[in-house]
Design a protein around this ligand. Structure first.
Ligand SMILES: Cc1cc2nc3c(=O)[nH]c(=O)nc-3n(C[C@H](O)[C@H](O)[C@H](O)COP(=O)(O)O)c2cc1C
Length: 233
């Protein structure tokens, strides 16, 4: 069982990190032998997406030196992903958004059928708005949300209250269970079908040569087999 944790906080030992670290420990207790990769995005010198569409064409980003392509491939081979970002200015952190722009997971539907968890920490307001944005990012990439938590906490104070620890432990157990039953929930199936057939396919097949990387990803994920391309109907 392979799980990836992404920390989008620029503060390496901040509240988001502490929550995600406790999540990791809870998973390790819940399922011995679990293989967890934990990435602090601040450790990577992430370049901004320049909109060149090389990933659409080839499935690879033009920037290969900053390590983001490796995370892309690790996510592809994971059973589940846990995303964490602090709430900054009523949204995800800039670091998290830059990562999301670079990881080219939406068009590829890289999270297809993957159970995901979203976590944000905030101090005052808009934590749920951030969570909504994170959940939408997951759904738009084909994944489904097993659960999510917005943790309200005073800046620089330890967020690991007993109440929060219980919430995290429960969610860790729920995630393990979802990985084990390995069943794509109906709501996510329908969402992906609509996203692919109504929005993504017509756009991608309009210019096949420019979107071969996306088409290859769909084939690998067995998205295309079930739903033929619009021009072949
Ligand atoms: C630049 C910045 C913007 C913030 N914006 C918000 C906000 O809009 N709403 C809020 O409740 N807290 C806001 N906060 C507080 C953080 O969300 C909160 O302290 C969070 O737990 C910090 O997580 P971290 O330690 O992982 O960075 C902001 C903090 C910073 C530094």
């Amino acid at each position: 069982m392979k799980v990836t944790i992404i920390n989008g906080s620029p503060r390496k030992n901040g509240s988001t990190f502490k929550i995600l670290k406790f999540f990791k420990e809870s998973l390790e207790i819940a399922f011995s032998g679990i293989n967890i990769e934990f990435f602090n995005l601040i450790d990577f010198n992430i370049k901004y997406c320049i909109g060149c569409q090389n990933c659409y064409r080839t499935g690879k980003c033009v920037f290969l030196e900053d390590g983001i392509e490796e995370i892309h491939d690790i996510i592809k081979n994971s059973n589940a992903i846990i995303f964490g970002s602090p709430t900054y200015a009523s949204n995800v952190s800039g670091l998290y958004k830059s990562f999301h722009d670079r990881i080219h997971i939406t068009m590829e539907h890289l999270l297809y059928k993957k159970p995901c968890i979203n976590i944000t920490t905030y101090e005052n307001a808009m934590g749920n708005k951030t969570l909504g944005i994170m959940k939408e990012m997951v759904m738009n990439a084909g994944g489904y949300n097993v659960g999510s938590i917005a943790i309200k906490n005073t800046f620089n104070k330890d967020p690991l209250s007993d109440k929060n620890k219980i919430k995290i432990k429960k969610l860790a157990l729920k995630l393990i269970h979802r990985i084990q039953i390995n069943k794509h929930p109906m709501i996510s199936k329908i969402y992906s079908k609509i996203a692919i057939n109504i929005f993504l396919k017509p756009f991608v097949y309009k210019n096949k040569e420019n979107n071969q990387g996306i088409i290859n990803s769909w084939k690998e994920l067995k998205i295309i087999e079930n739903t033929p391309a619009p021009d072949k109907r």
